[in-house]
Ligand binder design. Structure first.
Ligand SMILES: *Cc1c(COP(=O)(O)O)cnc(C)c1O
Length: 369
């Protein structure tokens, strides 16, 4: 089954004797005891089972575990690491997960942040206590591409599991498990949900092993699970994921090409531009370049804020992956310890008509200069 077909058919397991075409929401928190039946809503739920089934299929894994947010998925995984484990993670890591490692897990785990574009740094960072290598590609907000096969080779040689945050690529554009990762993670709040109205996270594993059992235990006992209605929304969304992602990619490429030619823009970061340093690598490990575009505006923080505020179709809000276009100046969102340049804006290119998006950006930039 191809992704488009799997997304529609595997997300829809009918549990009702009336045989509805669309799986109903099962709100019950408890189930009659019996052979193989679900026991309790925190352990399992038919809507969650459907979401996990379709995600495992889309990511070419054998099992999946859904969580109440992307950060809860990351947290469940970190909680399974033995005390005093060492983690190797990218400098350009989603800042919420970076913060989690540094603040929430500081008593249990140590972490070395490195430049994942330089695989030698991974080798150098590994210690006898390293129990996890974490990658995120394309990365946030610099849209850098990590070489998944190369990092997975290093991980395998060292006997360390590799986890890939695949949020920006989605399973439509990239399958890290096929490229050597052991577990793939998504913030399903983004493209998978796709309509900015549901928070969730998902982990998918390549193999069943003792570590995965521990993760499933943290899911069931830790209890950071998505609600049946959240899972219903996610299954509904996943059915259109492939088509939304194709639209996001086409619009993002057009936006990147427009911005690159505009004199009001200093630099554009988008792997689909042929002069982007990651173009070749992206062609090798991805099936498209994604919907996220980052650029540097010619101007200071105040001018950049003015540009962002002048747009009609790009809402000034954080998050990404929804049908509506969003834009934000990252340094403003990340706060005083931000490493992002003050004129860096991150754009989640939505599914509006491309001519409306381009003319909106054009009027905003023209007003600035
Ligand atoms: C948003 C995001 C997360 C965190 O997910 P939440 O659903 O907000 O908890 C993790 N990684 C990436 C790349 C993200 O964009």
């Amino acid at each position: 089954m191809k992704s488009e077909t799997a997304a529609i058919h595997l997300s829809n397991n009918t549990t009702d004797s009336n045989r509805p075409v669309i799986q109903p929401v099962t709100l019950s928190t408890t189930f009659l005891h019996g052979e193989d039946s679900i026991v309790y809503g925190r352990f399992d739920n038919p809507n969650r089972a459907s979401f996990e089934k379709v995600m495992a299929a889309l990511e070419h894994g054998v099992d999946a575990a859904a969580f109440s947010s992307g950060n809860a998925a990351g947290s469940a995984l970190f909680q399974t690491l033995p005390k005093d484990s060492h983690v190797v993670a990218p400098l350009d890591m989603y800042h919420g997960l970076q913060k989690q490692l540094l603040e929430v897990f500081s008593q249990q785990l140590s972490v070395t942040f490195i430049d994942m574009m330089k695989p030698d740094q991974v080798r150098e960072a590994i210690t006898p206590a390293t129990r996890l290598i974490w990658i995120e590609t394309p990365s946030n907000p610099l849209i850098q591409i990590t070489n998944i096969p190369e990092i997975s080779r290093i991980a395998r040689e060292s006997g360390i599991p590799l986890v890939c945050d695949n949020t920006f690529a989605t399973p439509i554009l990239q399958n890290p498990l096929d490229l050597g990762a052991d577990i793939v993670m998504h913030s399903a709040t983004k493209y998978i949900g796709g309509h900015s109205d549901v928070m969730a996270g998902i982990l998918v594993t390549r193999h069943n092993h003792e570590w995965w059992e521990k993760i499933k235990t943290v899911q069931a006992i830790g209890g950071a699970v998505p609600s049946p209605f959240d899972c219903y929304l996610l299954c509904r969304s996943v059915k259109t994921l492939a088509y939304r992602v194709k639209g996001h990619c086409a619009n993002a490429l057009a936006v990147a090409e427009f911005l690159q030619k505009h004199p009001g823009i200093e630099k554009v970061m988008y792997p689909g531009l042929q002069d982007n340093p990651y173009y070749q690598l992206a062609c090798e490990q991805m099936r498209g370049f994604g919907g996220m575009v980052t650029c540097l505006v010619k101007g200071n923080a105040e001018e950049t804020d003015r540009f962002v505020a002048s747009l009609a179709f790009f809402s000034n809000a954080t998050s990404l992956g929804g049908v509506e276009s969003l834009i934000e100046r990252r340094a403003r969102v990340e706060g005083p310890d931000s490493k992002s340049p003050e004129n860096l804006v991150r754009i989640s290119v939505g599914l509006e008509h491309i001519e409306d998006l381009i003319s909106d950006l054009a009027q905003g930039l023209d007003r600035l200069h």
